[in-house]
Design a protein around this ligand. Sequence first.
Ligand code: ADP
Length: 622
Amino acid sequence: MPIKELLGATDFFLEPMVLVSRDGIIETPNQSFAEQLELPVESLPGRRLDTLAAASASAVQEYLRACTESVRAVEGSLLLRRRAETVALQARGIAYPPNSAPTASHVLLQLVSQKQGPFSSSTRSRSARNAENWYEIEQSLRRQSQILEVTLASIGDAVLVTDAHGHVTFTNSVACGLTEWPLEQAKGRPLTEVFPIINEHTRKPVENPVSKVLQTGTIVGLANHTLLISRSGREIPIDDSAAPIRLPDGTLFGVVLVFRDITEQRRAEHARAWLAAVVESSYDAIVSKTLNGQITSWNPGATRLFGYAPEEIIGKSITTIIPTELHSEEADVLARLRRGERVDHFETVRVAKDGRRVEISLTVSPIRNEQGEIIGASKIAREITERKRAERMLLEADRRKDEFLATLAHELRHPLAPIYNSAQLLCRIEHDRPELKNACEILQRQLQQLTRLVDDLADVSRIRAGRIDLQTEPIDLGRLLHSLELSMRPLFEASGQQLTLHVDPVYVHGDSSRLFQVFSNVLHNAHKYTPAGGQICVTFERAGAEVIIRIRDTGIGIPTDMLDEVFDPMVQVNRAGLGPRGGLGLGLTVARRLIELHGGRIEAHSDGEGKGSEFLIFLAAS
Ligand code: ADP
């Protein structure tokens, strides 16, 4: 029941009691209070309390102020006038409404007779009952206010309460955290100080929701894009609402403001908007569908690629754009999605609205809901028709080049054999003129070189076409290398290079003429890329089931970043000041492929330019 009605009830508070506003105006006296002063009860409302007092007005005012600011009942003495006499009364004043200190709007005063002696015996027993009543009311009010405080404190949103003048009376811990104002310091301050808010875009202060409530008396929501400036200057996006708090008699007692930090929500909104913009502006087609293959979204990229407008295709089956012969492919994709798998860069074909076939690279990922359940799929399709066409053209050009090289090698070989035979014949004739002898030697050397080049060319073509057959047998590598050394020794000697060979009999299973070709290519390189007077050394060792042949030279070396590349076709190291030394950059390509066909491998090592090179050939021992 509202306090005013309780005071009005003649038999509830038997002690003299009065409800006074904080500036000292009597609002509701009870019957007993009027009796104390021997005045009619109806003459009292609206009068100032200090006009009834013998003490100075400021002393009364001071006492009332103390009561409004205290969370407990304040004891005091009041000297009141009763007709011609002055009565000293003991008073207990409590801030009203409960828990509104230090800015309570009213004080509830209870008077206890002091100097005028005890009340009559009947009054005394009534007074004992009154004290009990009063105590119970106080306890109950305190309990209610505690429950209220605990409730507000445990609310996840920030709660801030002001009095009817817009001064803060309560903040819960969330509000303290956001505003960075502890409750003790916030209490009593104007709301604008504790809760300054600005518009995110204009940076101008936003009208405080509390003042709006105070003006309109209705619930008010904050405009969008409001930033709260915390005490340390942190800017927090918030949304809130403010509602009036009314006393049972309808008087506006204060305002409760509930607000929350929406940084996360804002971030999520931005991310969503950003994603939506990415999807909208993507050149790729981005489409989503349910697990049954029903299209649920269709971006402008999809319209551009497949010709359907969103309204024509959303809700239809994805098979609308899948060629009939590939429908089973879609079933596989859906099955993989249900298992939570992604399909990455899957190259396939789709049919556009005008029947055109579009070659696409497709990435399909499952879409999960908040519980992690797969509810659909997103597809990103990129048109690769052009790329596919270019790939096909490249492959065709490559095939033609291989064909041309094979024909070229074949055609060059034809005249080489008779030229070689004729040169042999010429050289066998005893020449009396030394320049003729010399010319014969040059002819033989250059013919050998030419034959090797043509052989390499023919081999590369064969290797690329997969047309090399090995005639394998057990071979003594030691003997093979010795006969190679014999045939090449004049070449090394002519350049003043020293060739040493440390090999014992060791057997591998292989094609002797092909292995001869490999070692010959590597040794020719060692000769070509080692200056006159340098050394070339061939050794071998057994390591477990392998034989490792090392061919080391003291030549110009290979830059470390080229060590792998020298095995690629037509790769020659670009060296400043050193022109090409003959060759097509095919020797090592052929060597590697032949060694691989033998189940082995070849590696190049060098500490860099000018530091010599070493080639390691690994073959399985037999
Ligand atoms: P080429 O016919 O050019 O010799 P290769 O395929 O036999 O072709 O060798 C490729 C490249 O590797 C050569 O052009 C050369 O730059 C480099 N190279 C090969 N062997 C050696 C070596 N022993 N010393 C330095 N560089 C070498």
